[in-house]
Design a protein around this ligand. Structure first.
Ligand code: HEC
Length: 103
């Protein structure tokens, strides 16, 4: 019995610690991998399905993403990005922009 209680305590502590470590911040790397890498490539340089994002500064990326979201930016294939960006929050865009700047 005592062991079970200890185990439960240890487990809940570990879960709390994990939640705290992850925090409310968005993981830009994970988000990029899940939602962007298929078209832009793992390193952002793929051009077959999209424009390259590698080399964009965080400010540039954020501005372009906001533009797609507001439908005020884009080229001939902008519909794809307009759809994609409509589901992204400010925090998502910030995290993605910071990650892309480091590619
Ligand atoms: C289905 C393919 C696809 C996916 C997935 C995708 N993109 Fe794009 N992306 C494109 C295409 C196509 C363009 C060029 C659109 C245009 O003509 O304006 C583009 C353009 C961009 C641009 C502008 C580049 C420039 O210099 O004008 C940025 C920034 C960008 N994407 C970021 C992202 C981010 C961040 C994600 C993930 C949330 C993402 N994209 C997911 C296809 C995609």
């Amino acid at each position: 019995m005592k062991t079970n209680l200890l185990l439960a305590l240890t487990l809940s502590f570990a879960l709390c610690a994990t939640a705290l470590a992850a925090g409310p911040a968005v993981d830009g790397a994970a988000l990029y991998k899940a939602k962007c890498a298929s078209c832009h490539g793992a390193d952002g340089s793929k051009t077959i399905l999209s424009k390259p994002v590698k080399g964009l500064s965080a400010a540039d990326t954020a501005k372009k993403m906001e533009g797609y979201k507001a439908k005020t930016y884009g080229g001939t294939k902008k519909a794809t990005m307009e759809n994609l960006s409509s589901n992204l929050s400010e925090a998502d865009i910030k995290a993605l922009a910071a990650f892309i700047a480091k590619l």
